[in-house]
Design a protein around this ligand. Structure first.
Ligand code: UDP
Length: 507
């Protein structure tokens, strides 16, 4: 990936955004898309600095063979600025580190006066000749500390929410639930009990649809502390960018807006970017993957009948036990459906990748034969391209927000097996509100897996496809010229150009 310095003719006071994502796959993916969207749509009248870690930058280069980084129509591209990372050079990005630990590590640098990271937040660089005052910070919503940091730097702050609005709303309502006595759970075994203190979700939200950390609620849990801090600081930003579109959102959304009125719904980001690139006749293609994509699976898909393949992936962070992997494996093979399965590095709790590989060689003959006949296993796939392939008929997903939106855009019905964060809420909306998929939450048993796959791919296929196609159409309308996400993006760009630091009322 090349760095590009700013054009000489750029005025030092022209708009300059620094984008500051969490150093993990989901946020990196969508905030890089945001960076490209801003560049293409503003025709580079807004400069963009992408602030990440050395590790992430090295990882993004892995797939550069498939990416053409030609500077076509719009001159300077994203400038990357990096700071050291907690993760060592050979370590897997999610290997042993926890999201909370990574977030705190970045936050500590942002708070430290005189740190390199803070200098980049203020000037886009630490090198005198590259410095150009930043006019707006766009930070991941989980960096609660950025509300203070931006205030100290006297810079406008916009949060980018990389999780779903429905999931975020359950975070923001944690204090409500505590006050109402719905948290911690009384009678822990009843996970189907209704939750009534999350406004706008009263008719369908259950305990099991809340983030998994609610099941053993401990105020000292570092993730809970981060999230409470995020919720507290939510109203302090000048705006929030959501990767969603208006017609996807439900009754809870006006409540979010009541906490911070200035919201930009510019999703699905990847589709919005695709459309803007077409509009500007740009032909560059980008891969934001932190693992090397195995593109041979696209050839394998080419040889399969239309809508016959189930794509299986649980994203970049979620993990499973070996026993759960076996239940999935038997369920997949017994369903007799064709499948493309992503088994990424560091997927299995307590086993190295070598141990997983050697155990996998010893599984029952019928499983190996069924896999050879109907399956394809890769360690990382070009997921957006896979979901867009005509051979794909369904997606067994962990309900990460990017994956959910990518599936919605392609009209692919889902089986949801949520693990953490916003995924439990997302899967509830898929099955109960949007009705474009089935929720397999909390169940991992080969018979259930087989039955769900048969429902998705056979018995309920037509009704699910109708809904999935309707939603894909709504997503496409939102990003088309004049659509809600198209208009919100234009509003965001105009606002970035005019944005000034607003003195908080308390000053
Ligand atoms: N992804 C990918 N290849 C894979 C699996 C996942 O490119 O084999 C991408 C996927 O397209 C999505 C991101 O990784 O954009 C995962 O983000 P998501 O929010 O779905 O889940 P997370 O990994 O944050 O739990």
């Amino acid at each position: 990936m090349e760095d590009h310095i700013f054009h000489q003719e750029e005025s030092p006071s022209s708009p300059h955004v620094v984008i500051f994502p969490l150093p993990i796959q989901g946020p990196i993916n969508c905030m890089l898309k945001l960076a490209h969207l801003i560049l293409y749509s503003s025709q580079s009248t807004i400069s963009v600095t992408f602030l990440t870690t050395d590790f992430i930058r090295r990882r993004l280069d892995l797939n550069s063979t498939f990416r053409s980084v030609t500077t076509t129509n719009y001159g300077p591209h994203i400038r990357f600025e990096t700071v050291p990372d907690l993760v060592g050079p050979d370590e897997d990005p999610r290997g042993s580190r926890h999201v909370a630990e990574l977030t705190r590590f970045m936050e500590d640098q942002a708070k430290a006066e005189g740190s390199r990271l803070r200098e980049v937040l203020a000037y886009g660089s630490t090198e005198a000749e590259l410095k150009k005052p930043v006019t707006c910070i766009i930070a991941d919503g989980l960096y609660g500390c950025m509300a203070d940091v931006a205030q100290e730097l006297r810079l406008p702050l916009v949060y980018m929410e990389t999780i779903s609005p429905c999931g975020l709303w359950t975070y923001i309502c944690l204090p409500n639930m505590l006050q109402a006595g719905e948290l911690p759970f009384q009678g822990k075994e009843d996970l189907d009990a209704a939750i009534t203190s999350v406004p706008g979700m009263e008719t369908y939200l259950r305990r099991c649809d809340l983030p998994s950390f609610c099941r053993a609620y401990d105020p000292n849990n570092p993730v809970i502390k981060l999230i409470l801090n995020e919720a507290k600081n939510f109203p302090r930003a000048q705006g929030h960018i959501f990767n969603t579109f208006d017609k996807l959102e439900g009754d809870y959304f006006p409540h979010i807006q009541a906490s911070c009125p200035n919201l930009y719904n510019i999703g699905p980001l990847h589709l919005n970017l695709k459309c803007r690139m077409i509009q500007h006749k740009a032909t560059n293609s980008y891969s934001n993957s932190l693992w090397l994509e195995d593109r041979s699976c696209l050839e394998w898909l080419d040889a399969q009948p239309p809508k016959s393949v189930l794509f299986v992936s649980i994203g970049s962070i979620a993990v499973m036990t070996w026993d759960q992997l076996m239940e999935f494996w038997y369920g997949l093979v017994n369903s007799k459906t064709r499948f493309l399965w992503v088994r990424r590095p560091c997927l299995i709790i307590g086993l190295s990748d070598e141990e997983v590989e050697s155990r996998a060689l010893g599984v029952a003959e019928e499983v190996l034969v069924g896999t050879k006949e109907r399956g394809c296993i890769v360690s990382w796939a070009p997921q957006e391209e896979v979901l867009a392939h005509e051979a794909i008929g369904g997606f067994l997903t962990h309900s990460g927000w990017n994956s959910t939106l990518e599936s919605i855009v392609e009209g692919v019905p889902m089986i949801c097996w949520p693990c953490l964060a916003d995924q439990q809420a997302n899967s509830r909306l898929v099955s109960k509100v949007w009705k474009n998929g089935l929720d397999m939450k909390d169940s991992c048993n080969r018979v259930v897996v087989e039955e769900m796959i048969k429902e998705l791919m056979e018995t309920k296929r037509d009704e699910l496809l109708v809904r999935a196609n309707e939603m894909a159409k709504l997503a496409a309308e939102a990003v088309a010229k004049g659509g809600s996400s198209y208009n919100d993006l234009n509003r965001l760009l105009n606002d970035i150009k005019l944005m000034k630091f607003q003195t908080p009322c308390s000053e």
